[in-house]
Design a protein around this ligand. Sequence first.
Ligand SMILES: [Zn+2]
Length: 64
Amino acid sequence: MKKYVLNESTGTLHILGYCTHSTHKFDNAITFETEQEAYKFAGKHIKLCKLCERKKEAILKEQN
Ligand SMILES: [Zn+2]
């Protein structure tokens, strides 16, 4: 399942459904199955969206 979506024009990687930016398709969106796949494709200059990162950490914390 494609879970990560990269906005190439801003270099921001979102996790689908984790923030308002990733709930709809934007122009130049490229999707990936894993975070690593996105970094392999676009390089280290891209960054994970702050909102998505916070939600990811909150979910991880809940699971532990
Ligand atoms: Zn996001």
